[in-house]
Design a protein around this ligand. Structure first.
Ligand code: THU
Length: 131
């Protein structure tokens, strides 16, 4: 799948966000190395703290479907871009320390491209527990 198509999937997923409290819908699309794409949107909760970000929804869907190696993640926010939060960086790093991260706005315009390693340097991960 092309980068443009991955961003398009994230934009589409954003439309399915459940964000009545923040009114900040986010979409994500995660490209597995086997070619499959898993999308996610933020799912908020009246208790607030149980909200799950779009990126983690995509990752958990992917892992639960048997994917465990990932090449790229596209994230789509509203105006401008947003980077994955710290919790999502940590959860993504468990499976994909070398992940490419593409940040786009709600129209699919790409603002920034980076890597998870750049976003979460010197991360704690499986290598620390199973050297
Ligand atoms: N959110 C995401 O889904 N991903 C991000 O990268 C940043 C924040 C969500 C969580 C919450 O539903 C809303 O955006 C506002 O923080």
């Amino acid at each position: 799948m092309s980068e443009a198509d991955l961003v398009k999937s994230a934009v589409e997923a954003r439309h399915r966000a459940y964000a009545p409290y923040s009114k900040f819908p986010v979409g994500a699309a995660l490209l597995a190395k086997d070619g499959r794409v898993f999308t996610g949107c933020n799912v908020e909760n009246a208790s607030y703290g149980l909200t799950v970000c779009a990126e983690r929804v995509a990752l958990l869907k992917a892992v639960s479907e048997g994917a465990s190696q990932f090449a790229a993640l596209a994230v789509a926010c509203g105006i401008g871009f947003c980077a994955p939060c710290g919790a999502c960086r940590q959860v993504l790093a468990e499976f994909a320390p070398d992940l490419k991260v593409i940040m786009a706005d709600g129209e699919g315009r790409v603002w920034r491209e980076t890597t998870l390693a750049a976003l979460l340097p010197e991360s704690f991960g499986p290598k620390d527990l199973c050297p």
